[in-house]
Ligand binder design. Structure first.
Ligand SMILES: Nc1ncnc2c1ncn2[C@@H]1O[C@H](COP(=O)(O)OP(=O)(O)O)[C@@H](O)[C@H]1O
Ligand SMILES: N[C@@H](CCOP(=O)(O)O)C(=O)O
Length: 327
């Protein structure tokens, strides 16, 4: 469940009145998501045609100073035909407003559902869509440093403490120490950079059949190694619930990506290492949240060990994880 802030009916109606979208008809809190509060908004729209929107309130993990980057990126990508939601600007032209001291934005509602057991065709479509946003963002002027890169992984694990990590799993402190050392010594400096989504998990992709209707939740988007985004997406899509690697999904995802944006030899070689980093990044935030989420919070904690096991897989079988497909 992710609605952290209560907005009264009067507050919601007053907020929606700031936009040229008709009157508020209903607002339902959305259970999915972890970071922000979201509501499905229905308005009377125009000409009797009801319209739906997503209202997002940015909570602690999103810095309001980054909103021009995130929201500007959505508008940039949508204008270039990428399947991302447009932002709705208010009557003064602003993409975000403030309610109860927190930033909010009204976002286009996109159809589609998130899948938890994707087919190869769906994985291929997701790979293509990911490459599409890398290409479409090439002329986006905004820049944002990755707020979840190596220095932050160190800090998150320091904050967890050795005893905290051990309370999650006795093997976790050793794995984290070894991987932090290895990745700090070997993280590549000279691969192509671009805007990346950095969190393209299945719950951030809306699909209808094999068609990607929406890539959402760009609130970790940043400027970083382009191939790292493929590694993040691979780590999120290519494993079964029981932890088993799914080679057919990996092959389709990577082939879809490479069909739209070709990977250099250096990028291909780096993918296993980048995936180790991607897996460690999600161990870091999940371990931190595991130890720090209040017991009464209405949020389902995510298991850090899922990604610890994926990390171990990439460390030993990285070549198998990224079959070199010919596009
Ligand atoms: N533009 C959109 N169109 C349709 N549904 C959306 C849209 N944005 C968000 N949602 C819904 O809201 C849920 C939570 O949004 P998300 O941005 O992932 O939140 P969080 O940042 O908290 O993870 C999504 O899983 C999806 O169901
Ligand atoms: N994808 C991350 C969690 C990030 O939360 P989100 O709700 O903002 O997508 C994970 O699975 O650890």
């Amino acid at each position: 469940m992710a609605v952290y802030t209560t907005l009264s009916a009067a507050e919601l109606a007053a907020l929606i009145a700031q936009y040229d979208v008709g009157e508020l008809v209903s607002a339902k809190g959305i259970a999915e998501g972890v970071s922000n509060s979201n509501w499905l908004i229905e308005t009377s729209g125009h000409g009797g045609q009801a319209e739906r929107f997503i209202l997002t309130m940015y909570e602690a993990r999103v810095d309001a100073a980054d909103l021009p980057f995130f929201l500007g990126l959505l508008d940039h990508l949508a204008a270039r035909g990428s399947p991302v939601p447009r932002t709705i600007h208010d009557r003064d032209g602003a993409a975000s407003r403030t309610v109860q001291g927190k930033a909010v934005a009204l976002i286009e509602f996109l159809p589609g559902v998130s899948v938890d057991d994707p087919s190869a065709e769906q994985a291929r479509a997701v790979g293509e869509a990911l490459a599409g946003i890398h290409i479409a963002s090439a002329d986006f002027a905004g820049q944002r440093a990755n707020g979840m890169s190596l220095p932050q992984w160190h800090k998150l694990f320091d904050d967890c403490g050795e005893a905290g990590l051990r309370s999650i799993d006795p093997e976790l402190p050793g794995l984290v120490r070894r991987e932090l050392d290895f990745l700090s010594a070997n993280w590549p400096e000279d691969l192509p950079h671009s805007v990346i989504h950095a969190d393209l998990f299945p719950d951030n992709v809306l699909l209808l059949g094999d068609q990607v209707c929406g890539l959402i939740d760009f609130y970790f988007a940043c400027t970083d190694i382009t191939a790292y985004d493929l590694a993040v997406t691979h780590s999120a899509w290519c494993f079964a619930k029981d932890g088993r690697f799914k080679p057919d999904i990996a092959e389709a995802l990577v082939a879809g990506y490479a069909s739209r944006r070709s990977l250099s030899a250096a990028e291909w070689s780096a993918l296993p290492l980048l995936a180790r980093g991607a897996a460690l990044r999600f161990v870091a935030t999940r371990a931190y949240d595991w130890l720090n989420t209040p017991a009464d919070a209405l949020v389902t904690r995510k298991d850090p060990m899922d990604f610890a096991r994926r990390l171990a897989f990439y460390a030993t079988e990285g070549e198998r994880a990224f079959p070199r497909v010919v596009a």
